[in-house]
Every structure is written in C-alpha cells, then in structure tokens.
Design a protein around this ligand. Structure first.
Ligand SMILES: Nc1nc2c(ncn2[C@@H]2O[C@H](COP(=O)(O)OP(=O)(O)OP(=O)(O)O)[C@@H](O)[C@H]2O)c(=O)[nH]1
Ligand SMILES: [Mg+2]
Length: 373
C-alpha cells in the first residue's frame, strides 16, 4: 500500500542530501588552490618586508635563513587554520532558495504523478521551503531533517478522524434515537461492500445496525444488500425497484427507532457527481432521513477524480467524512493525502480488501509510517 509515494519521497530526501554533499566536496579543491596561491604570494612578498626590518649585527645569510624558517611556520599554521575552518564548514550545509527550487520542481512532479492534488503539492513544497532554505543543517542530518519536516507538514495536511462508534454511542445515550449514516459516491466505488464492512465493524463493538436498500435504481442492488444482511445477521429494509429511495431510508429509521437499534446504514445508488437530477434525489434522501453522518465513498486509486467527486458531493449535500476504498491496490497514496485536505473533512476508514474485515479506521500516524517517513 502507498509504496510508490513512499519510495519516491525517501529517494528525494536522499538525493537532496547527496547533492549537497557533492556540491560542498567540489568546493574543497578550489579552496585548497586558493589557499596555496595566497601562501605563494606571501612567499614572494615576505623577503622584501624582512629586508626592511633587518638588524645590522646579523649577516644577510643568517637573516634570510631566519626569515625562511618563520615563513615556513606561518604557512604551516595558516594551512592548519584553513583546513580546520574548511572542516567545520564542510559538515554544515545551507541550501539556497535557488538550489531548493531545482529540487522543488522535481518533487512537485513526483507528487503529482502519485495522485497528490495540485494544491496539496504546493502546500508541501512551500512548507519544506520555509523550513529548509537558509537553515544551517549538519550534512549527516540533512536527509533525516527533510523527512522530519515532511512528517510535520503531512500531519498538518491530514485531518484528525473521529471515532464513529463513539459518536453512535453518544447519540444513542443522549437522544435515545438511532444514529443515521448515509453513504454516497459514484458508481462502483464500493458503497454497498463498505456498508457491509462497517456493519461488521460496529457489530464487533456491540452496536446493532439496520440496513436501508435505498439504491432502488441499479439492477440486483437490493438483492446484493439483502445477501450481505443475511450473512451478517442484520435486518435489511427494502422496497421495489423504482421506488423513492428517501422513503426506504425513512422506513429504516422508523424501524430502528421501534427496535432500539443503534445505527441505520443507508445504501444509495451510484451517481455521477455531474448528474443534476441524481444529486437532487440525494438531497431529498438527506432532507427526509436527517442523517448524523454523510459519508463520501471514493476509490483510493482514482487520484484527482476522487478529489473532484468529493468536492462536488460536499457542495451538494455537505460531506462529514470520507471512506477511501481499494487502498489495498493503491500503490500511490496521493488520494489519501489530498482528498480530506481539499474538502476539509476527515478520512474515517480505509477499505483494504473485499472481505468484511478489510476495513481499518484511518490513522494519521499509520499513514505517515506507511510513507516511510
Ligand atoms: N480490492 C478492493 N475491492 C473493493 C473494496 N471495496 C469494494 N471493493 C470491490 O469493488 C466492487 C464494487 O463494490 P460495490 O460495493 O458493489 O460498489 P458500489 O459503490 O456499491 O457500486 P454501485 O452500487 O454499482 O454504485 C466489488 O467487486 C467489491 O468487492 C476494497 O476496499 N478493496
Ligand atoms: Mg452499491
């Protein structure tokens, strides 16, 4: 999972550290040459100076000998001082803005290639620039320093998820009514499968569910949910194909109230985020069932498309949280990094396979760990 982004980010940090090392190493011979020339210059000048301060009681030969000795000593000291200075400079590195910009272009490209949304890539780069440019860094720590800055930026970009089970318990206790969750998304993203997984996940925490087959549009959708209901041992409220999805949702909420069920999970038909009629239908489901949680289901592998869908669903009905499915087959990872930031809503779960237990609550730290930072 997220392997590409992991490798790319790590390589980039390594590369910038290596390049800086080479750049400093290249300067070393130049500096030595300069120092040598300076010493030679002094060699030429010194005997003339010595002439001026010669004392009459010494022979010329003696004075020249002494001067030579002194010159040698000075040169030696100067050399040592130079190397000492060079050494301390060599171990500390400052990256200039120009240099950073060269690496930044490359970083932007690799982020975009790995499904990171443009505005998120920009945020990462400006954050890195602010923290790295002009700062004196120890050569051996450069890679680690870049990774630490990356980590901090990603921590800020990702939104802290809330615990759905806790929210359900809170509402049940306070209002003595079921917690209603409705799932939206385009066709085939994994809505129905995710509902089954969430049901199983909540069951494990002793929370009961009723499912609403409010996708009355796609052939076999009702039977698909009923099959999950049978396997999971939960009630499915359904009507006929073509019936009003909002009324199916309403019936399910009423059933849950009568039977003291903790949560209602409403399945809806897949709809393109550009289909106006279907978006209006979605608004009606929300008006009638008054959900506590409106979840956008997007595919982790689709990158910018998922971001655009999330924006559109958020604009129509107001999304409260995101579930990204198919993270198990996503080698890039940029969607998970971007989608929440763009609509300012948290990712609640990642779908990690086709089985009922292939779901995990989203964790910022686990995500950062997966990126190898
Ligand atoms: N690998 C993988 N496959 C998944 C995941 N979630 C769902 N799927 C698969 O995605 C396919 C579509 O799943 P559905 O649950 O029918 O999708 P949907 O959004 O309800 O589809 P429509 O109702 O037609 O819009 C199925 O084959 C699922 O098994 C996941 O996390 N990982
Ligand atoms: Mg479905």
């Amino acid at each position: 999972m997220f392997k590409f982004l992991k490798d790319k980010l790590s390589n980039w940090a390594k590369k910038i550290a290596k390049a800086e090392e080479k750049r400093e190493a290249k300067k070393e011979p130049e500096k030595i040459e300069k120092a040598k020339t300076k010493i030679e210059q002094k060699d030429k000048e010194k005997p003339v100076k010595e002439e001026k301060i010669k004392k009459p009681e010494k022979t010329i030969e003696k004075r020249l000998e002494e001067a030579d000795e002194k010159e040698k000593q000075e040169a030696e000291e100067e050399k040592q001082g130079f190397f000492a200075r060079l050494k301390s400079k060599f171990t500390k590195i400052k990256i200039s803005e120009n240099e950073f910009d060269i690496y930044a272009n490359e970083l932007e490209e690799l982020l975009l290639e790995n499904n990171v949304a443009f505005e998120v890539a920009e945020k990462i780069i400006s954050g890195l620039k602010q923290e790295i440019v002009g700062k004196e860094l120890l050569k051996k720590e450069i890679e680690g320093e870049i990774k630490d800055v990356f980590k901090e930026i990603i921590r800020k970009i990702l939104i802290e998820p809330f615990d759905v089970a806790e929210k359900i318990k809170e509402k049940n206790q306070k209002e003595k009514t079921p917690y209603v969750i409705v799932f939206f998304g385009i066709n085939g993203t994994g809505k129905t499968t995710t509902i089954a997984k969430v049901t199983e996940f909540l069951k494990k925490q002793n929370l009961s569910c009723v499912l609403a087959a409010a996708d009355t549009f796609r052939a076999a959708s009702i039977e698909q949910l009923q099959k999950h209901g049978e396997r999971l041992g939960v009630k499915v409220i359904a009507n006929s194909y073509g019936s009003d999805p909002a009324s199916v949702g309403f019936d399910a909420v009423a059933y849950a109230k009568r039977h003291y069920i903790n949560a209602v999970l409403i399945d809806t038909a897949g709809r393109m985020h550009t289909a106006k009629d279907l978006l209006r239908e979605m608004e009606k489901i929300v008006r009638v069932t008054k959900p506590d949680l409106k979840v956008f289901i997007g595919e982790s592998i689709t990158g910018n498309d998922a971001v655009e869908q999330a924006k559109s669903f958020n604009w129509s009905v107001g999304i409260d949280g995101i579930i990204l499915t198919k993270a198990d087959i996503d080698e890039k990872g940029g969607t998970a990094l971007s989608v929440g930031y763009v609509i300012k809503k948290p990712i609640l779960y990642l779908g990690t396979g086709q089985e009922y237990n292939a779901i995990e609550p989203f964790s910022k730290e686990k995500f950062i760990e997966r990126l190898g930072l």
